[in-house]
Design a protein around this ligand. Sequence first.
Ligand SMILES: [Zn+2]
Length: 259
Amino acid sequence: MTALNDSGLDAPPPVEDPTDALSPAPPAGARRSAVPGGRLKFCYGPMDCGKSTLALQIDHNHARQGRRGLVLVRHDRSGVPQITSRIGITRRATEVAAVTDVRELVRAQWALGQHVDYIIVDEAQFLSPAQVDQLAELADEAGVDVYCFGIATDFRSRLFPGAARLFEVADDLQPVQVEVLCWCGLPGRFNARVRDDKILREGDTVVVADTERVIVETSASARSDAEMATVRYQVLCRRHFRSGDLGPATEHHGQLRLS
Ligand SMILES: [Zn+2]
């Protein structure tokens, strides 16, 4: 196949480059006949930034337009399978256990004759990487739109495994815009774990399963009730997360006091 360039000379033949990663794309008309894939979206932000409220709003908007969805939660702070917004809205949700295959939840709906147009996952940072891959498969193979909401990093400022996998494979990454402010007034990005007004930087991110609440506690320490009562989380800007400065009168911040 040859083509003429502006000067009327034969264009050089296409170079066969086996290292070229780009594959040929079909023309737009061919794309229209293909089965459209769903989108996998991850909305992330620090604690208290309004993620659960946004999740419930998206569910409401889709349902109002006649779409059918599954609302899933990996762990919810209320202890029952529902999405709980801190401003007081709740909705029943399906609890996803560590061993749950998310695809099976969708197939169970299909078996009942129900279609699934979208999936909303709250506390998505606690999904396993395999569960995130299952959601990606549902988007690609079944055309399901997937909206994941969660925290990106743990109290050590390290990515949660589920959040890391979402950053790797999601189509869209969106920081939630409702800003939580550090005590200094800058946007807060880090969830500091605080005990006795000191930031804890060590410990495993082990979820205390018997309460099913979002409690991430070090497995190395003894967990007496008295100790749990003193553990809380505080959202800080990077500078104050790094320096460990919790600001004046930290007892009045009281974010997420776990008692
Ligand atoms: Zn600050």
